[in-house]
Design a protein around this ligand. Structure first.
Ligand code: ZN
Length: 276
């Protein structure tokens, strides 16, 4: 059976309950949302933390509590962001971004492979020293990078770090398509970029807003996995807010099944991604 991994990006750095009341913010809400997403067919959850005021943060205690609450309920793969704390005021310091990985050693962590003008508003900074340090840290603690690609040149940057030994193949890539400041969320961009991957890579894609459904369908047709969730899409359809992360996961699971494939379980996803 053709298994496809659904990754649920539950809460990003941006947006809050005024934009969609279903956005999970506290450790309890994020853990409940993770469990519901798992029940709907997600094999992986990508998590960001928010502090008591709802601001994005890399606080270790919040990650720790959230992961404990998730793992009490299910064995879904935990993919922690390394870019939490990014706001219009800028990025969290590099050390702050790496600390939760030193302490918690999650199975996966995001690795944003370059710097970009985020939403035409602020610099999403991933400087060369940070990328080298983070890549080596992930190897030291046994966290597999999810290499996030927002722009086509970021894939060439990833190839440079593979050559340098900062990233170890087989690599897993996440194409985030249609973020303002990054590559457009077109099917032809996805078809091209996935054709340039190093051999033996696994990959997944997510299209933001109106790009979501075309990119999901194209990713499945091209042999990729898919990411959904409120981090990427607060809306279920034009003008209709999503009820929950699980609702977005359930739609992806339905699409996968109707195409004659199956959503991968966390165990199957671990095998596909060569996780220990
Ligand atoms: Zn994220």
């Amino acid at each position: 059976m053709d298994k496809r991994i659904i990754s649920a990006a539950l809460t990003g750095n941006w947006g809050d309950k005024s934009k969609n009341p279903a956005l999970p913010m506290t450790p309890e809400e994020i853990a409940d949302s993770a469990y519901e997403a798992y029940q709907a067919g997600a094999a992986m959850v990508h998590i960001h933390m928010r502090d008591e005021e709802g601001h994005p943060t890399m606080r270790v205690d919040l990650f720790e509590k959230t992961i404990r609450l998730i793992q009490e309920k299910c064995d879904v793969i935990i993919n922690m962001t390394s870019s939490g704390g990014h706001s219009l005021d800028g990025m969290a310091p590099d050390e702050t971004r790496m600390l939760p990985f030193k302490k918690l050693k999650p199975e996966m962590g995001s690795y944003d492979c370059g710097t970009m003008n985020w939403l035409h508003q602020t610099i999403f900074e991933n400087n060369p020293q940070f990328l080298e340090n983070l890549g080596h840290l992930y190897q030291d603690v046994g966290t597999k990078p999810e290499i996030e690609i927002f722009d086509i040149g970021m894939l060439d940057t990833a190839k440079y770090y593979i050559k340098k030994g900062v990233l170890k193949p087989p690599c897993h890539f996440q194409f985030i398509m249609g973020a303002p400041g990054g590559m457009a969320g077109t099917v032809s961009n996805l078809a091209y970029i996935q054709s340039q991957l190093p051999e033996g890579s696994t990959w997944s894609a997510s299209g933001l807003s109106k790009n979501h459904i075309p990119i999901m369908l194209a990713a499945l047709a091209l042999g990729g996995h898919v990411r959904v969730g409120l981090e990427d899409n607060l809306y279920y359809a034009h003008g209709i807010l999503a009820d929950s992360n699980a609702q977005l996961v359930a739609r992806a699971a339905d699409v996968i099944r109707s195409a004659g494939m199956e959503p991968a379980t966390p165990e199957e996803a671990r095998e596909i991604l060569s996780l220990k």
